[in-house]
Design a protein around this ligand. Structure first.
Ligand SMILES: [Zn+2]
Length: 329
């Protein structure tokens, strides 16, 4: 069962209840391409001969006019509403959806958050386009991702990219279906630090959210340290949440407990090296510190297969065995 995140509001409600492809399909003829549904841009006249407007599950991007966003963004652009808020109210009326009530102060904070999310989504899209381009740094970034076992389908699904300097692979910081920030990993070993993270107040919610692609559900999640481990698990169909090298923050732990109360359970995996073990232990302790308030939280520690090489094949094998081993007592 999918449940709305604690922080859900007007836009998340619309996104969860309206099928973007069905909505766009009222304005243009869609072609089903598997990963995307494509059409000629219904917002602005396009000059190219091929459908430039692409729908990825619950978001869209137009390669002609660069319009992008979700159901509310689409409704705003197609009808020329002055604000997302006005577009959302109109869209809710059309679909007879009851939106959460918000006082003016809460609405102001929520609107600011939406703007930050749009900024991060825009940055992710630009980096992603760069990754698919013909530059030398784009080729290097694609080789790096391929070596880690990620195929083009994964680059598109997670909107992986390369930064403007061509020095780092960018990973959008997903949280509940929105992009809340960006993690950047150095392409070369001589570039430090290896990972760049947003500061707490740069996140869309002004705090570190849980790194997970979809909205929380009442199901089992693998807790992993690395962001690439999280992507690999998701790519294999194993829902996962990444802690990052700093471990889970107090607020992230509160989010995990909130999920546990709604029926989610967690399995902790750890690396075999000493530092990885310590971090896994920290994760375990922070998620089970208040077991009374979290009766359904079943945290376990398992050891991953030892790493000996760095080939893509070994990584894939490692990820494939991850979940099975994590669940074996
Ligand atoms: Zn367009």
């Amino acid at each position: 069962m999918r449940f709305a995140p604690r922080t859900s509001g007007v836009y998340e409600t619309l996104k969860a209840q309206i099928d973007l492809a069905e909505l766009v399909g009222q304005f243009a003829e869609l072609e089903d391409r598997g990963n995307t549904k494509d059409c000629f841009c219904p917002i602005n006249e396009q000059s190219s001969k091929n459908p430039a407007f692409k729908i990825y599950d619950d978001s869209f991007y137009c390669f002609s006019c660069e319009a992008h966003g979700d159901v509310t963004s689409f409704w705003k652009l197609i009808h020329g509403f002055a604000s997302n808020w006005d577009a959302a109210q109109d869209l809710a009326r059309k679909y007879n959806i009851e939106l959460p009530q918000m006082d003016p102060e809460a609405r102001k904070r929520y609107e600011e958050r939406r703007q930050r999310e749009e900024g991060w989504a825009w940055a992710a899209q630009a980096n992603h386009e760069r990754l698919l381009g013909g530059s030398a740094s784009a080729r290097k970034a694609r080789e790096y991702l391929t070596d880690r076992g990620f195929t083009e389908e994964h680059w598109r699904r997670f909107q992986l990219g390369v930064d403007a300097a061509g020095q780092r692979v960018t990973i959008p910081y997903w949280s509940g279906g929105q992009i809340h920030g960006q993690v950047a990993r150095a392409l070369g070993d001589d570039l430090v630090p290896k990972y760049l993270y947003p500061k707490a107040d740069e996140f869309a919610l002004k705090r570190r959210t849980l790194f997970m692609q979809d909205s929380p559900r009442s199901q089992e999640y693998l807790l992993v340290e690395g962001f690439f481990d999280q992507l690999a698990s998701e790519a294999l169909g194993l829902p996962a949440i990444a802690a990052g090298s700093a471990g889970f923050s107090k607020e992230q732990t509160a989010d995990l407990l909130d999920m546990a109360k709604k029926g989610a359970t967690f399995v902790i995996s750890r690396d075999k090296d000493e530092r990885g073990r310590e971090r896994a232990q920290d994760m375990l302790e922070s998620s089970t510190r208040t077991p009374a308030s979290c009766p359904t939280c079943q945290a376990m520690v398992r050891t991953l297969p030892t790493s000996t090489g760095s080939t893509a094949k070994r990584r894939r094998t490692r990820y494939a065995t991850l979940w099975r081993r994590a669940k074996t007592p």
